[in-house]
Design a protein around this ligand. Structure first.
Ligand SMILES: Cc1ncc(COP(=O)(O)O)c(C=O)c1O
Length: 294
């Protein structure tokens, strides 16, 4: 709905690479041109700001960021978000900020909602119950329309209401549960979730670091970790898709190939499984890499 309401056919939208594949699917299905801006693995997957800015032209209808990120598990600093917002301001482009992993961040990190850092840029902030509350099956999400009292998004709000009637969205029982969920879920529930995710990320990263062909990029939040494959160290694996297929076939371990997110020779692992299963899966990945190493 956010993409559909902001972008017209023939315009373009800037999406992160690597990024959640659904953005691309939705934009292209509406004949909106996708322009991917790079995220930098060596900088904890921050946006390549120069690259982002170079992609903007007069047909750019929106920039989308996803923070914290699927598939990267990154969490942008305030300073970095301000730099992204400055680009939106310079080019007068609205922001879609997918913050469905908001607050799912690890010790020492601070999460900054993009809209809390500007009084001028119109922002559609996306979130939902699927991640922080761990109930994807309820299919409940929302868009927060934030124009800081400027009225710039008045028409967009009307458009969203119109699109919502087409979607025929979540059922009223689930909607009725929302106030209860927001008010009464104890803080310990959220703390426990992020504690488990962080511990899993640490255990997974330390085991993966011991595998010569794999280089994990330690996440700062969310549920995922990107792992670089040093393909030159493997003798008969062509790329990440080949790695994924053969790992599944030989070790019954399923990862997602980086190409699903537009990133060659990476894999994404999910850090949510119970610790013993996660460790077992990584041990199998290690034996797989050893067996295929040069
Ligand atoms: C970045 C991101 N945004 C949005 C979603 C959508 O979540 P849902 O449709 O389950 O609410 C997901 C789910 O994986 C996601 O990773």
């Amino acid at each position: 709905m956010a993409v559909g309401v902001l972008c017209n056919e023939g315009q373009n939208i800037l999406l992160p690479r690597p990024g959640f594949g659904l953005y691309n699917t939705i934009a292209t299905s509406k004949n909106i041109e996708v322009r991917n801006y790079n995220l930098l693995p060596e900088r904890n997957w921050e946006v390549d700001l120069e690259h982002l800015e170079s992609l903007i032209n007069s047909s750019t209808a929106a920039i989308l960021i996803n923070n914290p990120s699927n598939p990267c598990g990154s969490n942008f600093s305030k300073c970095h978000l301000l730099s992204i917002l400055a680009i939106c301001e310079r080019h007068r482009v609205p922001l879609i900020s997918d913050e469905i992993y908001s607050d799912m961040i690890f010790a020492g990190q601070t999460f900054h909602p993009a809209a809390s850092l500007t009084n001028t840029i119109p922002i559609l902030t996306l979130s939902g119950l699927a991640k922080q509350w761990l109930i994807p099956g309820w299919r409940m999400g929302w868009i927060i329309v934030q124009d800081h009292g400027t009225g710039l998004l008045d028409d967009i709000r009307t458009g969203l209401n119109a699109l919502a009637t087409v979607l025929n969205g979540p059922n009223s029982l689930v909607e009725a549960a929302i106030p209860e969920i927001f008010d009464n879920v104890p803080d310990e529930f959220y703390r426990a979730t992020t504690r488990i995710l962080q511990e899993n990320a640490e255990v997974a990263a330390s085991r993966l670091s011991a595998v010569p062909a794999l280089k994990p990029i330690i996440p700062q939040g969310a549920m995922y970790m990107m792992v670089m494959i040093d393909i030159d160290q493997l003798q008969d694996i062509n790329d990440d898709v080949d790695f994924y297929q053969r790992l599944k076939w030989e070790e019954h371990v399923e990862v997602l190939p980086g190409q699903c997110f537009g990133m060659l020779n990476y894999i994404r692992i999910v850090i949510t499984p119970p610790r013993d299963i996660l460790c077992c899966a990584i041990d199998r990945m290690a034996s797989f890499c050893k067996r295929h190493s040069k």
